[in-house]
Design a protein around this ligand. Sequence first.
Ligand SMILES: NC(=O)c1ccc[n+]([C@@H]2O[C@H](COP(=O)([O-])OP(=O)(O)OC[C@H]3O[C@@H](n4cnc5c(N)ncnc54)[C@H](OP(=O)(O)O)[C@@H]3O)[C@@H](O)[C@H]2O)c1
Length: 218
Amino acid sequence: MKKRIGILGSGMVGKALALGFAKHGYAVQVGTDSEEKQTHLRQELPPSVQVSTFSEAASFGEIVVLAVKGVAAESLIGRLYREGHLHHKTILDATNPIAIDQPIEEGVLPYFTRCNESLMERLQKTAPEANFVKCFSCVGAHLMVNPQFETKPTMFICGNHDQAKNDAIHILEEFGWDYEDCGSAIAARAIEPLAMLWCIPGFRKNQWMHAFKWLKEK
Ligand SMILES: NC(=O)c1ccc[n+]([C@@H]2O[C@H](COP(=O)([O-])OP(=O)(O)OC[C@H]3O[C@@H](n4cnc5c(N)ncnc54)[C@H](OP(=O)(O)O)[C@@H]3O)[C@@H](O)[C@H]2O)c1
């Protein structure tokens, strides 16, 4: 199993996954281009987690985690791909296409994508020789690593590359998740909106401690 993880993003997801990967014995480098955030990250994260720029983290990772604001994802991926840091790598894509210039109405997040497209498909087109897998997008950062529910919750994944999905599945199993492989990248059209649904009880009732479970008849 690939053991070097580069995390793009200094927010809640980047930090939660950095701690999770470190706990599970991976070598982790978290990237942000903000020097101020690098300083904060070095204070907040254990010394075993390295902190660097986006380019350095992408270059370091055998597997790369994308955890930046959805509106910033395409331009960042385009740049890192042109720099040659992403070719043939598994990219675990936790992003959601949340619009930042529209209000949240009755707990429903506004998206900048339409129903018949997804952010991950755009990213896959931007970086055709990187292997995107939608993963970790439909649950809060605080529940991504070994969440404590009565049963294992389900993470919905999709992507065009089978080995990349196997990488994601291996990590999900270590992190205490069941998974449902929804097929190729086009299925991100269905998976990304799950984050809208997941957030509704949060915004309406301040309830954030839930996850999806895919029930199957025996
Ligand atoms: N929060 C959650 O619980 C959660 C759960 C599931 C999925 N997600 C998704 O995961 C992603 C990360 O979420 P988050 O809450 O951890 O953090 P966030 O606040 O959505 O994003 C923070 C990161 O985005 C980067 N960023 C913002 N604008 C940028 C730009 N113009 N160019 C490059 N980078 C930019 C920031 O870079 P700097 O470090 O340079 O400031 C920072 O690293 C989002 O797409 C979100 O929808 C979030």
